[in-house]
Write a protein that binds this ligand. Structure first.
Ligand SMILES: [Zn+2]
Length: 795
């Protein structure tokens, strides 16, 4: 019964443990903050190693697409036909494939219907009422599949579950085999400004449209070694998990449109005017952005609407997605940047509403981003990188949609400018995370948003030394960290379940990486390890464990405590100075004072001599009864000595003998040079309390009477044996007038009011004497007389 109760309690303790207290060592007395993550991480295998690198049998699937699509601008619809070739590189036999029909997100019939709570406010607008009314009928949005057939034209069976479509394979697809099939589809394009999605159109004031075509074609889900099919429904929040492949895309649009797209255009000679083509050629070697489609041309095109069409052809290799944009309103400029000798065309497309900001900053922000991210991760591998102004913020390979429009008079606020540059850096930066380092956004928003926001911060900081970065510095995360627990989730939370999405998935992971870089690891160590992660996982599918493991593997820093605290927990940092003892070396040695202050943990190991009274414990009994054990002192009797005999009563035993009390070493007072070296040295014993829960390094700044300062940094491991309170002794040459914790605000400490000493008047230091440090007794030597000496004396 007792056993049962104990077991029940243990299970309860484990289940009631919140995510922040995931325990690998649940009964440890010091807590779990410094225990290894262990089984919290997936077991390493031949696909993903314990070092965080892809394993010897790492594999990933591939999907190639040939797509032809036609935009019908008057009808606001897109019709497409695609051939997908799916390569099964897995060791598994597949009997079906899963495709994503993301446009179904807008359908009132087929959406994932994962809605958030809603409320009756004091005022409600017609858009909100329209949505409520539309939800009761079929609004006509979503992918319509008109044909699904294999390469021979034989129809394939399929089933649509909201935003996911399962395609039945006519025969099992074995490892190493490929399967080609065709899908014909169409959809009604939604008004992005109403639906707030990533793809759709925006109608500008003059009645012209900007189309941002994203998640526009049926795309393969990821099938992986770590979770099989990733077919979690698309709710609009958790972004995408996508397979690498090659794209061959033919886009037919009104002839007065400018198209900008993922990939490299194959037929500029056919679609551009001779003047545009010559400007495009000029841009190839230009040091400044060249307008290929000019403001004047855009203004002219905007006055009419062509009924004719033009077809633009693009190719993209080894990308995980494909997006494009088209409008007759676009101005388009370009200039090259060189990454390790390879040319990357940096380009921007924007309507005249953004001309005042985009013409000046956008393409240069693209170039700066490509250069800086290449330095901190891997060299940018694609031939093109583009920023498109579409009052948006969303990323795709080689192209992204951002916002940044001026006032009608061309003026703009500082916040608009830095907001725009920040969004461009961020969205262009997504080329690296997750377009190349292809993590699963549907599951882990932070793996791309957090890492990308971190490198965005580094890139902003290299943009301008006074750049007003919003996310990255530790002090900017404290408002979030001090929120009530109900408003917080660990970073390691599924995308769709996150509250406070921006701080959680963007700011907190970015800040964490910055703290690792600046405060915990140092730049050299961090940068090497972070680059190694990017290098290992470029064009592959990493998981969180691959990042956590690589960062340690490449740096020799045990960071499990940091991943546990910052990524798996919601606890904030709040370290407080609880007390300070100050002492100064006294010239004149006083009487020998035994050690005061906190007692050290004493060793509880029993003395090695147990004399005649040695206890015959269970191991001794069992060993003695084991016929297979021959004790060494029996096999080799030369090992038998005084104590061998003594414990057996074979030596005369004197019951009056008592071990003498240990004798303290008599300290030897210092004099002369030795004293001079430490004369007037100040010692500060500071007691720290961990009030927030999160363990962090302790950074202590002393300010001295003469105004100079000195900073000492204690690694977070100081909390290893006691996660609530620690005491540390510091030595300074001068007398401190104040002590400040974390003066540079590096640790995201949420309460700075307890970071200072003194709070009132300074106490006079206590005087203490300094003695010569002795060599001490040899290990194992006893003090006073031992039974052997006692016996010898008697003889
Ligand atoms: Zn992002």
């Amino acid at each position: 019964m007792k056993k049962f109760l104990t077991l029940a309690f243990t299970i309860l303790a484990v289940y009631s443990a919140k995510a922040q207290n995931i325990m690998n060592n649940p009964t440890s007395n010091h807590g779990n903050k410094f225990e290894q993550l262990g089984t919290i991480l997936p077991t390493p295998n031949e696909y993903r190693t314990a070092s965080g690198a892809p394993g010897p049998k790492y594999w990933q699937q591939r999907a190639d697409y040939v797509i032809k699509a036609t935009l019908d601008e008057p009808k606001l619809s897109l019709t497409g036909s695609e051939t997908i070739t799916y390569y099964n590189n897995s060791p598994d036999v597949l009997t079906y494939l899963w495709l994503q029909l993301d446009e179904n997100q807008h359908s009132t019939v087929n959406n994932a219907n994962y809605q958030d709570a809603s409320y009756l406010e004091n005022a409600i607008n017609t858009n909100q009422l329209d949505k409520l009314a539309a939800a009761k009928t079929d609004n006509g949005y979503g992918h319509k599949i008109s044909r699904l057939a294999d390469a021979m034209g034989k129809p394939l069976k399929y089933f649509i579950n909201k935003t996911m479509m399962r395609v039945e394979l006519p025969a099992p697809l074995k490892p190493g085999q490929k399967f080609a099939f065709n899908v014909d589809w169409s959809y009604k394009i939604s008004d992005r400004m109403t639906f707030a999605g990533r793809g759709g159109y925006e109608m500008l004031e003059d009645g012209n449209h900007l189309f941002t075509m994203a998640q526009w074609f049926p795309r393969l889900c990821v099938y992986s070694d770590f979770q099989g099919w990733q077919n979690q429904q698309f709710s609009g929040r958790g972004e995408f998990a996508l397979t690498f492949g090659n794209y061959d895309v033919t886009l037919t649009v009104p002839s007065d449109h400018i198209v900008l797209s993922t990939g490299v255009c194959q037929n500029y000679a056919q679609v551009l005017t001779p003047a545009q083509l010559s400007r495009w050629n000029q841009a190839q070697t230009s040091k400044e952005p060249v307008e290929i489609a000019t403001l004047d041309e855009a203004n002219q095109r905007s006055t009419g609407k062509s009924a004719k069409t033009k077809t633009w052809i693009y190719k993209a290799e080894n990308v995980r997605d494909f997006a494009w944009t088209t409008s007759r309103r676009y101005i388009w400029d370009a200039m090259p940047v060189y990454i390790e000798g390879k040319k990357v065309m940096c380009m921007s497309g924007y309507p005249k509403e953004a001309y005042g900001l985009y013409r000046k900053f956008s393409t240069k922000a693209v170039a700066h981003t490509i250069k800086t991210y290449s330095k901190f991760s891997i060299p940018y591998p694609y031939p093109v990188a583009q920023s498109i102004e579409a009052s948006n913020g969303m990323e795709y390979p080689m192209i992204c949609f951002n916002n940044g429009r001026t006032n009608k008079d061309g003026s703009y606020a500082e916040a608009t400018k830095y907001g725009m540059i920040g969004v461009i850096i961020h969205e262009v930066g997504h080329n690296f995370f997750p377009m190349i380092v292809n993590s699963d956004e549907r599951q882990w928003s932070w793996m791309d948003e957090g890492l990308n926001t971190f490198v965005q911060f580094l890139t902003e900081e290299e943009w301008d030394n006074k750049y007003p970065s919003r996310r990255g510095p530790a002090r900017l995360i404290t408002d979030y960290m001090r929120l009530p627990k109900e408003q917080l989730e660990p970073i390691m939370t599924n995308s769709d379940n996150i509250i406070q999405f921006g701080p959680n998935a963007y700011a907190k992971p970015a800040t964490g990486l910055n703290i690792l870089r600046e405060t915990i690891m140092g730049r050299e160590l961090f940068d090497y390890a972070f680059k190694e992660y990017a290098r290992r996982w470029a064009f592959k599918h990493p998981t969180p464990a691959d990042l956590f493991r690589t960062m340690e593997d490449a740096s020799a820093e045990d960071l499990d405590w940091f991943w546990r605290g910052w990524f798996y927990s919601i606890e904030p940092c709040d370290i407080a100075i609880e007390g300070v003892k100050h002492a100064v070396v006294n010239k004149q040695p006083a009487a020998v004072a035994p050690r005061t202050g906190a007692p050290a943990m004493r060793s509880l190991d029993k003395p090695l001599f147990s004399g005649a009274a040695a206890f015959d414990d269970i191991s001794k009994q069992r060993n003695r009864n084991d016929k297979n054990i021959i004790f060494y002192t029996d096999a080799d009797t030369s090992l038998r000595d005084f104590y061998w005999r003594y414990t057996r009563g074979l030596e005369p035993y004197d019951s009056s003998f008592k071990y003498p009390a240990p004798v303290m070493n008599t300290p030897e007072p210092l004099s002369g040079e030795a004293l001079a070296a430490y004369e007037n040295v100040h010692l500060y014993e500071i007691s720290f309390a961990n009030k927030g829960g999160l363990v962090m390094p302790i950074i202590v700044e002393f300010t001295f009477e003469d105004g100079t300062k000195e900073t000492e940094k204690i690694p977070a491991q100081i909390w290893r044996k006691n996660e609530q309170k620690v005491t540390k002794l510091f030595m300074t040459q001068k007398k401190a007038i104040s002590i400040q914790l974390d003066p540079l605000k590096e640790t995201a400490d949420i309460d700075e009011s307890n970071n200072k000493w003194p709070n009132g008047v300074l106490d006079e230091p206590s005087k203490f004497s300094l003695f010569k440090g002795g060599a001490g007794r040899g290990r194992g030597q006893s003090s006073g007389m031992n039974p052997m000496q006692h016996a010898q004396q008697k003889n």
